[in-house]
Design a protein. Sequence first.
Length: 503
Amino acid sequence: MLEIILVNRQPVFNKLAEAWLDAGATFFAVVNGGQVLASWPDYLKNDTADLTVPIVVNGVALGELQVGGLHSEEARQMLYIEGQVIEAIVQQEQELNSVAAVLVDTQDQFWALYQLTQTTRSYLDMEEMLEALLAKSADLMSTESTFIWLELNNGQLLFYQHPAVLLGKADVTDFLIKLVRSRAGFLCLREVENHPGIENILMVPVDVRFAKTAVIGMVNKVEGAFTTPDIKLARIIAEYAGAQVENVISYQDSLDKARLGQQMELAERVQSQLFSQEKPQVPGLDFWAASKAASHVGGDFYDYYLHPNGCLTFVVGDVSGKGIASALLMAMTLSVTRIRMQRTPALSPRQIIEQVNSELYKDFSRVNMFATVFVGQFDPANGRLVYANAGHSPVIFCPAEYKPMFIEADSEPMGILPKTTATERTIFLKSGDILIVGSDGLYEVHNKDEVMFGLDRLATAVASLRTETAHMLSNKVLELIHDFNAGQYQEDDRTILVLKPTG
């Protein structure tokens, strides 16, 4: 059966394959029992499929779709959706073939309806499909014109007529009122008044789950008036039209989701490149930073800059909100902060916060957002850390011989006031001490019982890992949080920066 579908629906498979190859797949194939029925490119070079989905109709496995070169969850979900679409197409083909066998044996009209299904089923564009459907329906019904009216749930109105344009929107609205009042489930007017050019009209509802109102109508029977067989045939056409409309909408939705997934993956790659890639090599300092967004993109950020005199300036920030809006504002904040961090002579942490806040305050205010920011400047020569904390948490100072303690924020987040009240404070770090600067996604994490990981559990974890390298400490903290959150949706971005003097 798949072989027949491949021939009859070749444009569908061509478009699916083109979308996969554009997304970076090495191949897209339709396989049955190990035999390749079709593949894009035209031949396979002994490639192994990375993603597969079976095609099962009425409990019978007909084959499978295969994709190579992609592994993401979005790609897997997309292939699953397309598998469902192909199953629906196969089932529809089986049903159409069964119906067609009966129709061809009964009436020439029903043979024409079968031709209608053959004419329209390969269209994936809504306008093209509807125009073909209406043109064939007008021939089948022997009318001057046929129209379809679809008020979709998203508010979009699709109104097409073919071949003649005989109705305006006001006309259809009037007939819709009459249809609603009719108890017959259809509207058949053999004589029409107050609608110039309209002699008679037949209108039946179309069942489309994506539409609030959907009807198909036939206008001006060429010879005589509409009869009972015409009404039955119109209902059959309406049923088929509803199925075709749903198929096209489903395909377009799946295509839009696939495109959005590809765009989000690209945005994720771009955002990851915004963060500094090369970790600074500072004598006497073990340093590491990492971030994992809750979605493809997020609002957390970090950055660092090693000055010519050996001092290290670093920042960790968290823009309020989630998703695209936070990511866009994060990119702006990171860019402006990076410029200030690299100034010569070096700006102090307070000056960096002041200048960034001054430049971005209006942008934050316009979108009613803000950013918590911690800026530190570490001198490895004497262990002095000068910092300014604009509403940021958590910041954990873990001395070598003592319990961890939290460094609280002493000013409001960036973007709250036009002039920040940030101040500077100084502490000294010696070998074995640890400074952890994270984002709230490290502790505002819940397990399946809705218990939060919390600050105390985070501090205990840091203390237990104080002998680890900065890189390993970071990895193990993130792993502990991931295990605690196992099976639950990641609620927020998770960012961690570790500063650990070694000599």
